[in-house]
Design a protein around this ligand. Structure first.
Ligand SMILES: [Zn+2]
Length: 90
């Protein structure tokens, strides 16, 4: 939707970028990365913010250590699930 952004997409993408390079046996092609992101985003609560000047304030307000741990845990589960059932030939 115009003017709205789900901050959780950025958080999931950030964690994927961080952990995939540490897992050389996991396929990190575009298809798998998108499957992993979709898996994680379907299990995490969306964090919609306005994309105008108020967005940064809300982002800072919403971020907490516990939320970050939850995102990381879910992204790790996504990587494990998708990498054991990649939706393409290896
Ligand atoms: Zn792949």
């Amino acid at each position: 939707m115009e003017g709205l952004k789900n901050m959780m997409e950025d958080a999931v993408e950030y964690q994927l970028r961080k952990i995939l390079p540490t897992m050389p046996n996991v396929c990190s092609c575009e298809k798998c990365r998108l499957d992993m992101a979709a898996y994680a985003l379907n299990r995490l609560s969306p964090q919609y913010v306005r994309t105008d000047a108020g967005a940064l304030y809300q982002k800072l307000n919403n971020s907490s250590q516990q939320a970050e741990v939850e995102v990381l845990t879910t992204v790790v589960a996504a990587v494990e699930t998708i990498s054991s059932h990649p939706k393409h030939d290896s």
